[in-house]
Design a binder for this molecule. Structure first.
Ligand code: ATP
Length: 250
């Protein structure tokens, strides 16, 4: 298992957003995390990616305890993520945004960079070349110099995925990647997730679009009111009475 969540709890005052959840994500899988609104899905991603610390419980990544570590350290360890609302720099170019994702892999320090020392220049050239190659792979090379804020929403989501991949992750977490996308863009997203998985990168996605989930996930985790309600194959989860009840009630 690449990711193991053990008895994870995150309270916000009296709200138990995540309440004693234990679950895992198999290496190389596309795993979907589903559940009604307010079930705790984003909170679980936030804790696992270091955006917010847990109240209690543990997160293991590749067998290493990463509980409560900083987001940039967790990113360096191999977990990248995208957000419900893309967290990009709108006035910066697509290429610059992708380079931000590559930064945690850099070895130069601020002084070397500021003084444009040779090592810094070499590294920058290499990271730019890799970023351009990544944009080619995602069908975005012609947009490298475009300001991100001028792009349609669907393309901004794609740029955020490119930025996540620039950190060379072992696991990519995506928070509702299909939300706000047209039907055609959702089809492109399906292909994109398949491409990422084809590169051997594990994908954990929070998603409300059940058609998408059922067609791309090999395993589905279901949260409801902060607790794990079910885990299994898409067919098993679809047939689960408690899951059906949770969705009908929401
Ligand atoms: P959705 O599908 O609507 O995005 P979700 O399953 O991702 O929902 P969360 O966003 O994790 O659910 O929220 C779970 C619960 O925790 C909700 O009741 C929410 O209001 C609460 N919550 C989440 N973040 C915070 C916060 N920063 N402060 C206070 N309460 C929060």
């Amino acid at each position: 298992m690449i990711l193991q969540i053990e008895q994870l709890t995150r309270h916000y005052g009296g709200v138990r957003a995540v309440d004693g959840v234990s679950c895992s994500v198999e290496e190389g899988s596309v795993t979907a995390l589903i559940g009604p609104n307010g079930a705790g899905k984003t909170t679980l991603l936030n804790v696992a990616s270091g955006v917010t610390p847990p109240s209690s419980g543990r997160v293991l990544f590749g067998g290493t305890d990463i509980t409560g570590e900083r987001a940039d350290d967790i990113c360096r360890a191999g977990i990248a993520r995208t957000f419900q609302t893309p967290q990009l720099f709108p006035t910066m170019s697509v290429l610059e945004n992708v380079l931000v994702g590559a930064t945690p892999r850099g070895h130069i320090n601020l002084i070397e960079s500021a003084l444009h020392l040779p090592r810094a220049a070499r590294e920058e050239v290499q990271l730019r070349a890799e970023a351009i190659e990544l944009l080619h792979g995602l069908g975005l090379p012609q947009l490298a110099d475009a300001a991100v804020g001028t792009l349609p929403f669907g393309l901004q989501r794609r740029v955020e995925v490119a930025r996540a991949l620039a950190s060379h992750p072992k696991l990519v977490m995506m928070d509702e990647p299909a939300s706000g996308l047209s039907r055609a863009e959702t089809e492109e997203l399906r292909a994109l997730v398949a491409t990422i998985a084809g590169r051997g990168i594990t994908v954990l996605l929070v998603e409300h679009n059940m058609r998408l989930v059922m067609s791309i996930a090999s395993r589905v985790l279901v949260l409801d009111k902060g607790k794990l309600l079910a885990a299994g194959s898409p067919a098993e989860v679809q047939a689960n009475r408690e899951v059906q009840r949770a969705y009908l009630g929401s």
